[in-house]
Design a protein around this ligand. Sequence first.
Ligand code: ADP
Ligand code: NI
Length: 222
Amino acid sequence: MQNNQEIIDATVAYVKTSLEGAEGGHDWWHIYRVWQLSRQIAAHETADMLVVELGALLHDIADSKFHNGDESIGPARARAFMESQGLSEAVIVHVENIIRYISFKGGHNDNAFRSPELSVVQDADRLDAIGAIGVARAFNYGGFKNRAIYDPAIKPNMNMTREEYKNGASPTINHFYEKLLLLKDRMNTPTGKAMAAERHRFMEAFLEQFYKETMMDRIFAD
Ligand code: ADP
Ligand code: NI
């Protein structure tokens, strides 16, 4: 039986291999940031550190966005890997659920899985979508999708359905209003919320400067 550190080391090696060639916003360094942020948040919360670390490391090994919307591949690959490490069924099921529900967009749903460990990893994943790194990832993703940086004629739509959001082609600057500026109020843990505040202020400053340089009025009157 391996100790926890050996299991984490093996998981890091497995995830690095799985993500070779991944798009820049979802590469190993995204996983590394979410992993380290998860450890920092978990240090202030009551959570099982092994489950938190495994959940963070394995949460994006097969993002459904890049697998024709198939949401079962990620949990299945994670399970196969965890079984190979001799992890208990309880840990395996918990980590599978973290992967399944981390980006669950079902809103308030009593059947949705929740746990303190999911709350920690979800906060870490959301933190990595905001602040300076959030700005970088948004424009990287928009470039990957060949979207406009901005277009004053296209206003943000904050009430899109899930389908519209997935298939949409709104300019990247709109993504701040459609998602990124909303994340600070969706943090689960007090630690995550405090970390989000600074990143949120940075994005607001970025947008102010952006409007100045583009000679564009605020795209969204608030
Ligand atoms: P998750 O990490 O929960 O899978 P996403 O895959 O939706 O979240 O997003 C990954 C990164 O790509 C995030 O930084 C997010 O802001 C960015 N992104 C997602 N959709 C868009 C979009 N329509 N425009 C710009 N950036 C996007
Ligand atoms: Ni992620």
